[in-house]
Design a protein around this ligand. Sequence first.
Ligand SMILES: *Cc1c(COP(=O)(O)O)cnc(C)c1O
Length: 365
Amino acid sequence: MGFDKRIYNFAAGPSMLPLEVLETVQANLLNYKGSGMSVMEMSHRTKVYQTIIDEAEADLRELMRIPEDYAVLFLQGGATLQFSMVPVNLLCAGKKADYIVTGSFAEKAAEEAAKFGDVAVAASSKDKKFTYIPKVGKEAFRADADYVHITMNNTIYGTRYPYIPDTGGIPLACDWSSGILSEEVDVTKFGLLYAGAQKNIAPAGLTLVILRRDLIGFAPEGTPLYLDYKTHAESSSMYNTPPAFNIYVAGEVFKHIKARGGVAAAEKSNREKAGKLYAYIDQSRLYKAPAEAGDRSLMNAVFVTGDAETDKRFVAGAREEGLLDLNGHRSVGGMRASIYNAMPPEGVDALIAFMEKFEKKEKLL
Ligand SMILES: *Cc1c(COP(=O)(O)O)cnc(C)c1O
């Protein structure tokens, strides 16, 4: 390695954080606002820390327009623990849930839920290697399902829902780990949204859960206390020691997004970045994006040359120029450029410039 400057990191997660946020965190690292200590060292039961978590929640509510009848929880365990907590808490009367399977994380979520109830796959895109998002209406779901689960952005395959499925009133639970805050959505269309923080928000170790309060309180008797949303909602995410430093960094990221025009401005920038990259891929003779055009992710652009050895040379060559971690997920190969909120437009421009140079060399244009 040996980079002496910041590089463009295209990793799927943990991934880039905004430079300005890192600088703010650095400037306040040893003495946070005159407290004489770092937020890392601070008791979470102090007034100064309470302000940090309260502001983080208030800023997130403002950014995503989260109404008061939704709880915002700062949890641990990653999106993966939500694969378990969602069924434990939301399966109630009939213990039935319908999952749309659009990738391996969706598959894992459905498999985990099947341990707790009757899980049906309402639709799947496995038939075409998860390169598209099934278009389903409310007739796809069992009328007595307790909830429907979707994975809004499929990090590994580079697809994204271009629509929010109509469930006919069944609560919609959604894994939005790799898309939260990247575009505007109407939170009230969901019963529950969850996201691991390490893609778009903060260091790994924090998980956000946004859920309608009327869905809280249905975990069956005998549910471990820590897995019950009620425990965390009733104590405002402070039942025990929360991931205090991560919540602080998340709060700084929220302030950063707010100061730059909110989610609408982030979405505009994300559409421009992804649009440029896909436009380049689509006109190229070397690269191809397997995802269907209307279902492509704004956050994870997957592309291939069609030859595994050429892909390897691409990834290695890019790394030498400070364009890091462009390899596709180990299960699919090829390339993947994760261009989350914090990836500056200049990073995408640098990637396209390298792609052009590499294509010229490979194709001897
Ligand atoms: C990264 C990711 C996960 C896994 O998150 P962890 O925090 O590692 O548990 C789950 N779902 C999606 C969509 C992801 O992008």
